[in-house]
Design a protein around this ligand. Structure first.
Ligand SMILES: Cc1cc2nc3c(=O)[nH]c(=O)nc-3n(C[C@H](O)[C@H](O)[C@H](O)COP(=O)(O)O)c2cc1C
Length: 194
């Protein structure tokens, strides 16, 4: 039996992952679906989470950004191998506020800030040189200045509608608990066969 608040379970597992040997415990698969129903997945990093949802940062004009504008439902997946834990989170996506995105951007290294300007993420470029040249151009443009956040870069928050916890067990008799958010805001808990 799991405790009744899935966010408390997530926090507990995430804390364990951060204390473990796992290199990037905040790496998660983000799955999105475009307006043709085609699914895409890629790794992004969890920036933060709280009662309002799970936040990651990216380029709003990237493939994922276009897909999330077309279809603002997404799925996040964590697999923490040494703990034997998998967590799947489905939910609705919204952009974080400009102030939140600014605050996060301002904490990043200058190199990452320049990179956010230089990379037209997911777009075809003629060669690697194009990227390096753009990075050099923005280095010059912002030389001696604070690098501002580009409007095309910022956070998304996934507000969870369901969270499934999976615990590895012997003989493939794994434990699975599915939490579904009810209209009232409380969570229904169901056990799933593995
Ligand atoms: C460990 C790891 C962490 C990553 N973190 C991010 C991230 O936080 N944000 C991001 O936009 N891309 C991140 N990426 C790159 C994405 O996987 C992906 O290549 C990129 O966002 C473009 O995806 P898209 O073309 O589907 O939009 C990361 C990749 C890896 C392997």
């Amino acid at each position: 039996m799991f405790e009744s608040d899935p966010l408390k379970i997530f926090k507990n597992w995430y804390d364990q992952a951060k204390e473990s040997e796992i290199d990037k415990p905040n790496a998660m698969t983000l799955a999105t679906v475009d307006n043709h129903g085609e699914a895409y997945a890629r790794i992004v990093l969890l920036s933060s989470f709280d009662i309002n949802g799970f936040v990651f940062h990216t380029n709003y004009l990237s493939h994922k950004g276009v897909q999330l504008a077309e279809n603002p439902s997404a799925c996040l997946l964590f697999w923490w191998d040494c703990l034997g834990y998998q967590v799947r989170i489905n939910g609705e996506i919204s952009k974080t506020t400009a102030a939140e995105s600014d605050a996060y951007f301002n904490k990043r290294s200058r190199g990452s800030q320049i990179g956010a300007w230089a990379s037209e993420q997911s777009h075809v470029i003629k060669s690697r040189q194009v990227l390096d040249d753009r990075a050099a151009e923005f280095e010059i443009k912002f030389s001696g200045k604070v690098v501002p956040r580009p409007a095309h870069w910022g956070g998304y928050r996934l507000s969870p509608t369901s969270i499934e916890f999976w615990v590895n067990q012997e003989n493939r008799l794994h434990e699975r608990a599915l939490f579904t958010r009810l209209e009232s805001g409380s969570w229904q808990q169901d056990i799933l066969a593995p």
